[in-house]
Design a protein around this ligand. Structure first.
Ligand code: C5P
Length: 217
């Protein structure tokens, strides 16, 4: 069995940074599952489709046939680099909408599982430990206070020259968490056997060390 480490948690909890760094240190592959929902959201928007239950089959068909490539940390959609475009708050909201459709989740299931390759995989998202890799050897549920998460996202965006306010970011991420937690399919919740890590007061190095310690146990 190819080993898998799952890192699930809410928006802006620092999953991506933590998972990518743990993967790099272990020499494992890395799956940013949110990027798949983000690209699907973008493709849906470009196709002029509505991500509602009425269009579920069409949206899922789009997701199943995404001309996607991951190269050198970039996400290519039909050859076009959309890495920056899928990172905006609006793209996050679009992703959250398409991800609430069961047929879309089903369409992306096998694609995610194909990332499980030797020597191992670190996967981050909302349902890595509960749905996609239920047999993973280590499942981490990463949280941080809403205030902390809004502040980190704020810093990130400012550093990219994108201006927003802390208040609007915080209400955006709380709205997204509420939708992700209350949906009927794969709601955001810790796996029963997940280890909980609240990184509100931890540096990134401390979070990495904690996960590596758990992995070596
Ligand atoms: O993690 P990220 O913020 O990139 O995810 C964007 C959105 O995609 C989330 O708000 C969530 O609705 C959805 N998502 C999901 N399942 C995953 C990863 C992301 O539903 N495994």
């Amino acid at each position: 069995e190819v080993p898998v480490i799952c890192i699930d948690g809410p928006t802006a909890s620092g999953k991506g940074t933590l998972a990518a760094e743990v993967a790099r240190l272990l020499g494992y592959h890395y799956l940013d599952s949110g990027s798949l929902y983000r690209v699907t959201g973008l493709a849906v928007r470009r196709a002029g489709l509505n991500a509602d239950a009425q269009h579920e089959a069409e949206v899922a068909a789009l997701a199943a046939a995404l001309p996607l490539q991951f190269t050198e940390g970039k996400v290519l959609l039909d050859g076009e680099d959309v890495s920056d475009e899928i990172r905006t708050e609006a793209a996050g909201m679009d992703a959250s909408r398409v991800s609430a459709l069961p047929a879309v989740r089903e369409a992306l299931l096998a694609l995610q599982q194909r990332f499980r390759q030797l020597p191992g995989l670190v996967a981050d998202g909302r349902d890595m430990g509960t749905v996609i890799f239920p047999d993973a050897a280590l499942k981490v549920f990463l949280t941080a206070s809403a205030a902390q998460r809004a502040e980190r996202r704020h810093k990130q965006l400012i550093s990219k020259g994108i201006s927003t306010t802390l208040d609007s970011l915080r209400s955006d991420l709380e709205a997204r968490d509420a939708r992700d937690s209350s949906r009927s399919v794969a709601p955001l919740k810790p796996a029963q056997d997940a280890r909980h890590l609240d990184n509100s007061q931890l540096s990134i190095e401390q979070s990495i060390d904690t996960v590596l310690d758990w992995w070596q146990q």
